[in-house]
Design a protein around this ligand. Structure first.
Ligand SMILES: NC(=O)c1ccc[n+]([C@@H]2O[C@H](COP(=O)([O-])OP(=O)(O)OC[C@H]3O[C@@H](n4cnc5c(N)ncnc54)[C@H](O)[C@@H]3O)[C@@H](O)[C@H]2O)c1
Length: 675
């Protein structure tokens, strides 16, 4: 169904006004996010939405949009959602040039009922991460993509397609930004108002970056985090798994749901609290969660048996995580590893259900009395933190899972959680990037690289898995020093099909390093060129070596004071655009919330052409090298090692730091200050 490279057409939403939609009551819905806009803001928001449609429909739509705003806090324009199922279909089922069709696959996958958290509200994951703001934008983006030529770029600002503009064929076909605000307004209050006005989108990372591949994307990272946490904190050997080790956490949502699968793959016992029964059922039906119960006595009966047998299992506790912590503390139950994956990046918007209320009661409280909801959240967070600290004294190793949990505890009034009482200094408990993923993965260039077989064929995925395994094995054997990460990656790929990780498009995640990514991409491009497989979309999570500046997470182990700067993510984004990525995105707040991060990503369509080999060797390499150079300059030892190797093997040069002799500067400063 490929269209000819036709002249641009007028792109607008016209034709017949769609009828009132029938929404499937079985599909999970986003909570009411009412903002209490004043009257002039209500007028502005409705006028903003009406800009997308012809005037003849305004009389009908103005009251409808106003009702949506008053009852749900946003104008989603439900009427404009295409009827029925949306999903990432095989690429040839779409219209337009290959790159534009590929991007449509990615967008639709992010809205699939099986993949998305609140598909009717265009939320893919992470409670608030949206593809775009409303269905009008969705329709318009699709229309632009269908008519796009290979010398045009579609510009999308917070979900709003600004238009198609002439560009070089080597330029990105789509450039996206989400929620980037002017500094003084870069706070959640102004952000939420802007969202309600319909001028701002919260993208999380791959939701508004159109690169989500279902929970598999995070399973691999979670599996690596759990393995490396046990290696670092409990001293298990590189060849061992988590047999008879208990991991306690919360959340079985979009990303957090990966914990259940990952703990089983890692061989341990997971007890994960989840307040929302529908999410427990989803994970059970999917086969990612082995058992669940609302009875903690029953759960810990199972745990005792599993500890003895050494069997791996994921168990959900249907209830509040605070009650789970209280239970293990009161009964002196041993918990070796623990974290939390409630959506604390949106803690007052429904991401965290406070102790003492059920999930539904929490939702009602949020809608009826947001102030009281906030008070309850703060009290609950403080209590949870104190319970964690008590369990820590008994040996539990806890880390922040990049969900802003520790920052939320701090904001709730527990100032002791911050080093010297100031959150800018970091926290008394480690973040998983600071201790685990940063030094073990990012500083070497390993990160959540991924690919999607756009044909939709399982066979293509199997062929790409096999090719990637070959590359990883070659690397593993050829490195001067053998790396655990290569071994973990090889095993991950070997077991990937058996672990049934695919939800949505035929995709694979792999924590490959810079060299691995380039070689895998070259191999895939050759396979596409020879017709062995269909076209492939490459991408990554923004939670990577270079893509994100986030002092509480991705850049938590950058310690030269530059962790509050957001230049790496901007440079990475711009560098990817000029080096020919198909799609580039830069967003505000991914993972941790507004004003706390700037994050970017890319998409690259492999069409098998020679031109793509050049893009691979320049852009894909830059996408990792940017962060290696920055991490090396900050003095991270593994990044320095990786940067030195890069300098020896590439046509380029990374600036290397000179380190003073240990203690010399301290002496100089101390002497001068005494004088
Ligand atoms: N998994 C990762 O590797 C990873 C990495 C970085 C950040 N995160 C962060 O983790 C958080 C979760 O992401 P998600 O996509 O799963 O979000 P989500 O909103 O889909 O899931 C969070 C889940 O927590 C549950 N929950 C909320 N409060 C609870 C409570 N008190 N007790 C028990 N359950 C409770 C919710 O019902 C929900 O299902 C986000 O803040 C995200 O940014 C995860």
């Amino acid at each position: 169904m490929k269209s000819k490279d036709a002249a641009p057409i007028q792109v607008s939403i016209s034709g017949r006004l769609p009828s009132t939609p029938r929404l499937n009551p079985q599909i999970r819905r986003a909570p009411d996010r009412r903002q209490g806009l004043n009257q002039s803001d209500l007028v502005l928001a409705v006028k903003n939405a009406l800009r997308y449609v012809p005037q003849k429909w305004h009389e009908v739509l103005a009251p409808e949009f106003l009702e949506e705003l008053l009852s749900r806090g946003r104008i989603y324009a439900y009427r404009f959602r295409p009827e029925g199922r949306i999903w990432g279909k095989p690429v040839d089922d779409y219209h337009g040039i290959l790159e534009a069709r590929s991007i449509q696959v990615m967008i639709d996958n992010n809205l699939d009922f099986d993949v998305a958290l609140y598909p009717y509200e265009l939320v893919t994951y992470g409670e608030t991460g949206q593809v775009c703001q409303n269905w009008l934008q969705y329709r318009l983006i699709k229309k632009y993509l269908e008519s796009m030529r290979s010398d045009q770029t579609l510009v999308v600002m917070s979900g709003h397609p600004l238009g198609l503009f002439p560009a070089n064929p080597e330029a990105p076909r789509v450039i996206l930004t989400n929620g980037l605000m002017v500094g003084i307004y870069d706070n959640s209050q102004d952000f939420q108002r802007a969202q309600a006005l319909g001028v701002c989108n919260y993208a999380q990372m791959t939701a508004g970056g159109w690169m989500y591949i279902g929970p598999q994307g995070i399973v691999h990272g979670t599996y690596l985090t759990l393995l490396n946490a046990a290696r670092k904190y409990l001293g298990i050997g590189n060849e061992q798994n988590l047999e008879s080790i208990v991991y306690l956490s919360s959340g079985l949502g979009g990303m957090s749901g990966a914990q259940a699968k990952a703990i089983e793959i890692a061989g341990g016992i997971g007890v994960i609290a989840e307040v929302d029964l529908s999410r427990i059922k989803t994970r059970s039906e999917q086969g990612w969660l082995a058992r669940w119960s609302s009875d903690l006595d029953q759960i810990f009966g199972w745990v005792n048996g599993l500890r003895e047998s050494g069997e791996a299992m994921s168990i959900a506790y249907h209830g509040n995580v605070v009650d789970l912590w209280q239970y293990v503390l009161d009964r002196g139950i041993q918990v070796e590893l623990a974290s939390d994956q409630t959506s604390c990046h949106a803690v007052y918007e429904g991401g965290y259900t406070p102790a003492g209320v059920t999930f539904d009661e929490g939702r009602r409280l949020l809608a009826d009395d947001p102030k009281e909801f906030r008070k309850n959240v703060d009290a609950s967070l403080r209590r949870q933190y104190r319970l964690i600290m008590s369990m820590r004294e008994r040996g539990t190793k806890f880390w922040d899972y990049g969900n802003s949990f520790l920052k939320a505890v701090f904001d709730a009034g527990e100032k002791d959680v911050a080093l010297h009482g100031d959150a800018r200094n970091g926290f008394v408990l480690p973040s998983y990037v600071e201790d685990l993923i940063g030094p073990i993965c990012f500083d070497y260039g390993y990160g959540p690289f991924r690919w999607v077989c756009l044909s939709g064929k399982s066979d293509d995925l199997a062929k790409t898995d096999a090719a990637a395994m070959d590359v990883i094995k070659e690397l593993w054997l050829s490195r001067k020093e053998s790396r655990g990460q290569d071994r973990d990656n090889y095993i991950w790929l070997k077991d990937a099909d058996r672990n049934k990780l695919v939800v949505g498009t035929k995709a694979r995640i792999l924590y490959a390093d810079g060299t691995g990514r380039v070689r895998i991409a070259e191999r895939f491009n050759a396979m596409v060129g020879k017709g062995e497989i269909g076209p492939v979309m490459l991408g990554r999570d923004h939670h990577d070596v270079s893509g994100t500046d986030s002092p509480f997470r991705e850049t938590a182990n950058v310690r030269d004071g530059s962790n509050i700067m957001a230049e790496m993510s901007h440079q990475c984004w711009a560098g990817n655009a000029v080096r020919g990525m198909t799609m580039v995105v830069l967003s505000n707040g991914g993972g941790v919330g507004i004003g706390k991060a700037i994050n970017g990503g890319f998409g690259l369509v492999l069409d098998g052409s020679e031109r793509l080999n050049k893009v691979i060797s320049n852009a894909l390499d830059w996408d990792v090298a940017c962060g290696i150079a920055r991490r090396a300059w900050a003095g991270n030892p593994s990044a320095i090692e990786t940067a030195k190797a890069w300098n020896e093997s590439h046509l380029g040069h990374m600036t290397m730091p000179n380190h003073p002799v240990e203690g010399m500067v301290e002496k100089v400063v101390s002497k001068r200050m005494k004088a």
